[in-house]
Ligand binder design. Structure first.
Ligand code: 5AD
Length: 346
């Protein structure tokens, strides 16, 4: 198995069967070796710097009914909110003062936030903070809308494909959503010129390791600039309330595999990972992640942006805890970088 890992290091590619064998492997020495190589690749490329992105959860209104997600339309227990432009700009200002140079606007697919409104919001942030990167994570929109947002100043877009297996996709989403459309959106984003992020939830209901091996092959071929992976965590007010959470260990293993597959990629140590394990964020960094996304949303709305239960929301997860985050990263000898941290191909 070490030869396979060495080949992943040197060629950044394996065949599906080899990925599957790596996913199935539980040998402690092999897993240590994988993590060691991924950590080495990260240090060579990024040193001990971890990029920070200020996450602004702009709305929890969503027209979709993804079976796993706490803000699905059918969940009538959620108090819905949408931030105004003024509030969003205020979050950016606070973030800027703290040193953030990337703002991530994430939200449900809220039809009331029209393409024109999003375009205008991006343009305003861009004119106030021309030195900052604007990342959008607002789901599926038309190619024209993505083009308009790009022209207005957004340069990155996050849209996880969730699973590349059609039959699995259909078990996680209602019939009015399609994997085909999601992949088309990702291709559009990449063609327009966005630094594009995709990814999966680890351990989502019905997911098999074969599915994950196919996700690895898909990501290897698609070559996203950003790869977001976190464990699935059940939400009590969804059809998957009784399902078990994804594995922290498998998530860490995948971070390492993705790092070796894609040495220059921006890979976050996700909030979901930090939510399942007290040292999850640091372990994500040590496995090969190089990005963290503290929350810049107004504290009054944070509880309402609940995609899953027990989301890490206090201490170092929030912007006011930036100092704590620094201290946490210092314990493993890593530092926060306030650079924009754009994707740079080596
Ligand atoms: N557990 C973990 N991640 C989730 N997401 C949505 N619901 C959950 C959940 N229950 C992830 C999806 C989505 C991203 C914004 O949040 O992968 O793309």
């Amino acid at each position: 198995m070490k030869h396979t890992i060495d080949r992943l290091c040197s060629q950044h590619s394996l065949d599906r069967q080899e990925y599957l064998e790596l996913l199935q492997c539980n040998d402690v020495d092999t897993l240590d070796y994988l993590r060691f190589q991924a950590q080495k690749a990260t240090l060579e490329r990024f040193g001990r710097d971890v990029y920070v992105r200020g996450l602004i959860e702009i709305t929890n209104e969503c027209r979709n009914n993804c079976l796993y997600c706490g803000i699905r339309q059918a969940n009538k227990m959620v108090a819905r909110y949408s931030l105004s432009q003024a509030t969003i700009l205020d979050c950016c200002r606070q973030g800027y003062e703290l040193g953030f140079r990337t703002f991530v606007l994430q939200g449900g697919e809220n039809p009331q936030m029209t393409d024109e409104w999003v375009e205008d919001t991006v343009a305003r942030i861009h004119s106030c903070y021309p030195d900052c990167a604007i990342t959008l994570s607002l789901g599926e929109r038309s190619r024209q809308a993505y083009e308009a947002f790009f022209k207005a100043g957004a340069s990155r877009y996050l849209l996880r494909h969730e699973t590349i297996t059609d039959s699995h996709y259909r078990r996680l989403h209602p019939t009015d959503m399609s994997l085909q459309n999601r992949i088309q959106c990702l291709r559009n984003l990449k063609e327009i010129g966005y630094q594009t992020g995709t990814g999966i939830m680890v351990g989502s209901p019905y997911q098999t390791l074969e599915n994950v091996a196919d996700d690895l092959k898909f990501i290897e071929e698609f070559q996203p600039q950003m790869i977001g992976i976190g464990p699935f965590i059940p939400h009590a007010q969804t059809p998957f309330a009784g399902a078990s959470a994804g594995s922290v260990e498998l998530t860490l293993k995948l971070i390492s595999i993705f790092r070796l597959m894609s040495p220059s990629a921006l890979i976050p140590s996700t909030t979901a990972l930090a939510s399942l394990s007290a040292d999850g964020r640091c372990r994500g960094i040590l496995a090969g992640a190089n990005v963290v996304m503290p929350n810049l949303s107004p504290p009054t709305f944070r509880g309402q942006y609940s995609l899953y239960n027990n989301k890490a929301a206090f201490g170092s997860e929030s912007a006011e805890g930036l100092r704590l985050l620094k201290e946490e990263l210092n314990t493993i000898n890593y530092n926060i970088s306030t650079e924009r941290g754009d994707y740079v191909q080596t």
